[in-house]
Design a protein around this ligand. Sequence first.
Ligand code: ADP
Ligand code: MG
Length: 409
Amino acid sequence: MVLIGKKHSQEGLRFLVSVGAGINQIPLILEARKLGFHVIGVDANTNAAGIVHCDLKIQESAENYPEIYVKLREFIIDGDISGVLSKSYGPSIKTACYLAEQFNIPLVPFRRVDDFLRKEQMKEAFARGGISSPRFKVLGDAKKSSIPAGFPFPFIVKPAVGHAKKGVRLISGEKEMKSYLAECAAGTQLLVEEYVEGDEIIAAGVVHRGKYHPVDISDKIMSPHPRFVDLAHISPSKHYRSLDRIAAMGQKVADAFEIRTSPLIMEIRIDENGGLHLIEAVPEFGGEFIPDVLIPKRTGYNFIGETIKAVTGMDFRPPEPRAGNKSMVVKYLAGRKGTFLSFNPVKAEDIKGAVFVRIFKDVGAAVSAPETNHDRLGVVIAEGKTREEAVDNADLVIERIGIKIRPEP
Ligand SMILES: Nc1ncnc2c1ncn2[C@@H]1O[C@H](COP(=O)(O)OP(=O)(O)O)[C@@H](O)[C@H]1O
Ligand SMILES: [Mg+2]
C-alpha cells in the first residue's frame, strides 16, 4: 500500500474506494476525482491500468474483502471514507457491499448480495417480489441429472453461478442436453429455464435511497443460437414506450433485494405481446461501454458521476430518460478460430460518426469464434441520426480497421 502522508494529515480529505483498478474501472476512478475525491484503488495487479489515476492503492485481490478492510482500517479513519463502488462485477460487487457496510455507506446490504450472485437465489427473490421471470428448475449436479420434466424443448440451461454468457445454451433436443451435461464438471449446479423468445433489452438504472430511476434502455443484438454472445447494443431501444413498466420492474427489484443506493442493470426479454420477463438483475454499472460511453454521449446524463454522488450523499441529479434524436451503437468485432494477424489503428476523433474504438486482443494472439463475451476482439461505438445510420457508421469504421486473422481449421 502506498500512502501519501500520515493518518492525521489526511483529515478533511474525502476518500472513495474503487474495488478494481483495471482499464474498465478508469471511468469510475476519473469521475470520482472530478468530484474531488481521493481515490483508493484496490487491485491484485499493481500495474493495473487505472492505478496511476489513484491516490492510494491496496494490492489485494478484489474478492478478499476482510483483508481489504483491515488494510483500509490501518490507515484511514472511518469517517474519511465517503463511498465505495465498483465498476466491475460479481465478487468485486460483493466486496464493495461488505466495505460499504463497515463504513456505514448505503449500497446493497451485504447479507443480500449473494442473492444476485447465485442465480437460483436471484430467481427465488424475483418470485417472492412478484417479478415476472422465466420459470426455472435447479439441477443439483450436472453429472447426476437427466432431461428435466416439465420443460419442453427448446429450453435454456446455464450454470447456477456464472457470468459473461459462459455455459448459457439453448437446448433443442435430448442429444444436445446429454452432451451439455457430459461436458460439465462433476458437482456443477445448473439452472434450467423456460425459453422466452423475443427482443432483449438492457435497462440501466440507479437506485437512490430505495427509489429506482431508469437511466436508459438499449436493444441487445446477440450471436446466433445456441450461444448468447452480445454483438451489439443500440440506443434508444425500440421499446422506449415501455419505460414506465420497466421502471416499475426496477422498483420491484430494488424492494425485493433491499437495495438502498446502487446502480442497477436489468436484462429483460420482451415477448410478442409486450410482456416483460426479467432474465437477470445485477447491482452493477454494467459493462459493454454502456455506462461510460453510450449513456453519457447519447443522453448527456453522467450516469457514473451521479451514482457516485448518490452513494456519497452529495446532491444527486436524477436522470430524465428520453429516446431523444440521436442514435448510438456499440458494436463488437467478432473473430474466428485462428491467429490475429493485423489491423489498422484508427482514431475515433478522425472519423465522422465514430465515437470510440478499442481493440482488446494483441496481434499474434490466438483468437476464436465468439463463444463467450471474452472472445470478442474489439469494439466500435458510432452515432447517427437514426439507428440505421449509426450502424452504417460503425460498419464503415470496422471496415477501416480491417482486422486480419489467419484461419485455423
Ligand atoms: N430463460 C431465458 N429465455 C431466453 N433467453 C435467455 C434466458 N436465459 C438466458 N437467456 C439469454 O442468455 C443470456 C445470458 O443469460 P444470463 O442468465 O444473463 O447469463 P450471464 O450471467 O452469463 O449473463 C441472456 O442475456 C439471454 O439473452
Ligand atoms: Mg446476463
